[in-house]
Design a protein around this ligand. Structure first.
Ligand SMILES: NC(=O)c1ccc[n+]([C@@H]2O[C@H](COP(=O)([O-])OP(=O)(O)OC[C@H]3O[C@@H](n4cnc5c(N)ncnc54)[C@H](OP(=O)(O)O)[C@@H]3O)[C@@H](O)[C@H]2O)c1
Length: 263
């Protein structure tokens, strides 16, 4: 697997908050950072990486971008991030009604990879039908991941099973259901059993299923605790108990951007 199993999310984090979060995370040992054009924090993420003193080649940067004008737009992002390349470029949301053809976008991404602007390419918020179209355009071997919402409350099995069958790696975003898992009784019981926290249990659950995770936090203590999820191993009983928590509860569903999820 090329996409690292554990990284840092930066959605909603801006200005000094994102700079502090990224710098704290890198100091604590994080080496993977997920940003996006629409988060309007690429420049600050780039600044924090530079100021961390860790060499660029030791950091894995994922950038999420729009489907339009892929190459010029990626070049703009690289300038903001202050780097010559990103490690992974994702199409953040499929173009509504295929206004920009998916085939064209995927081929432009592949071209960007050939130009060395990005080491790998992938997609985000892609349904089964859209993953099939992306595979038809550039082949599954060129799609490093599909980054989608997966949490104990939205396990998304239809999409994840299909992706697994077709060789597409899953990155889970909002694995903590934006903090809601902290209150969950079943997860709390499993956490107590392992002397871990509910957040660590949720992250370990997703990694046990083979997904990458990118939790975000504005607090150094939380960043530190979250990273410890990489050392937590859940057993079959824990995994079976969390499987029962599915309730198809989606958080990220922006009007005008979200695809028809059940396709
Ligand atoms: N591709 C896409 O369309 C897409 C969509 C959404 C998100 N994403 C990516 O996925 C990342 C993760 O999603 P997210 O940031 O929305 O949600 P999340 O990681 O599920 O949850 C973040 C929330 O959990 C809290 N939290 C984190 N660690 C905690 C801990 N140890 N104890 C208590 N609270 C804790 C944070 O608060 P504190 O700051 O107080 O710790 C924050 O409120 C994003 O940052 C973004 O990079 C991608």
């Amino acid at each position: 697997m090329s996409v690292p199993a554990f990284g840092l999310g930066t959605f909603r984090l801006k200005d000094d908050v994102v700079i502090a979060s990224v710098k704290n995370a890198i100091e604590l040992g994080y080496r993977t950072i997920d940003t996006a054009q629409i988060y309007e924090n690429e420049a600050e993420v780039g600044q924090a990486i530079k100021e961390s003193g860790v060499a660029r080649e030791d950091i894995y940067i994922t950038d999420n971008m729009g489907a339009e004008k892929v190459i010029p737009s990626l070049k703009e992002s690289l300038a903001k991030l202050g780097t010559d390349y990103v490690d992974l470029t994702l199409i953040h949301w499929p173009s509504p009604n295929n206004a920009v053809s998916l085939e064209e976008t995927m081929n432009a991404l592949l071209e960007a990879k050939k130009m060395g602007l990005t080491r790998e390419i992938g997609v985000s918020n892609f349904t089964v039908a859209l993953m099939q179209q992306a595979i038809d355009a550039v082949g599954a071997e060129n799609i490093a991941t599909n980054q989608i919402e997966v949490s104990p409350y939205l396990q998304n099995r239809y999409v994840t099973d299909w992706a697994k069958e077709h060789g597409i790696h899953i990155t889970s975003y909002m694995t903590l259901a934006y903090g809601k898992v902290l209150q969950d009784e079943v997860i709390g019981r499993i956490a107590a059993k392992h002397q871990a926290s509910p957040v660590q249990v949720s992250l370990a659950w997703a990694m046990e299923l083979g997904y990458s995770v990118i939790p975000s936090s504005t607090k150094r203590e939380n960043l530190k605790n979250n990273l410890k999820a990489t050392a937590l191993k859940l057993d079959a009983e824990d995994m079976a108990a969390i499987a029962t928590l599915e309730r198809n509860e989606r958080i990220a569903d922006p009007e005008g951007l979200a695809p028809q999820w059940n396709n």
